[in-house]
Design a protein around this ligand. Sequence first.
Ligand code: SAH
Length: 207
Amino acid sequence: MKDEMLKMLRGNISDRVVEAMERTPRELFVPESIRYMAYEDHPLPIGEGQTISAPHMVAIMCDVLDLRDGMKVLDVGTGSGYHAAVMADLVGPEGHVYSIERIPELVVYARRNLREAGIENVTVVEGDGSCGLPDHAPYDRINVAATAPKVPEPLKEQLKVGGKLVIPVGTCYQELVLVIRTDRGFDLEHHGGVVFVPLIGDHGFEI
Ligand code: SAH
């Protein structure tokens, strides 16, 4: 199953990202009862009404972000911790991923999954990631795995110049948007239609 997933990604996704996904044990980030489905290419339930994103979506977002060794990354919507784990591999031991999740049960779940996978360069924080995580800003890259009504201003402000932010935007129709901070402002790129759970918070949707 894992080989099938990697085969599907090869050719469409950069080798660096495919290799990071090859090294990251996705089966440790899904509930034990559905572990046999870990490498199927669709989202899976992880409890609390939330889902782990499909492998191709994690791959596309990592590719679009162009993660490099030593980068400092903010990940909004930790969920299972899988996406954070793949990004942690891509930034290497000199890099770090700060991952923020609003549901306390998932914070505990993700920390346990990351520990069991032996991943040490991810810090999971509980809070409203629509406001970013100012304590560790500015970031080289920001990844948001939940859809927002518009790109949250605090996330743009917490990007370094030259930094990149990927986020799904929209309600019924959602689009994956890449925001690049330049010395003159922000450039936008659109990367197609997607489906994500809502970003709930001060700069997201109301509960
Ligand atoms: N990246 C995850 C899947 C994300 S699902 C993985 O690899 O498994 C989206 C997650 O975003 C959910 O866990 C949801 O609780 C969380 N979320 C929604 N709004 C949030 C907010 N304002 N701050 C932090 N997390 C949020």
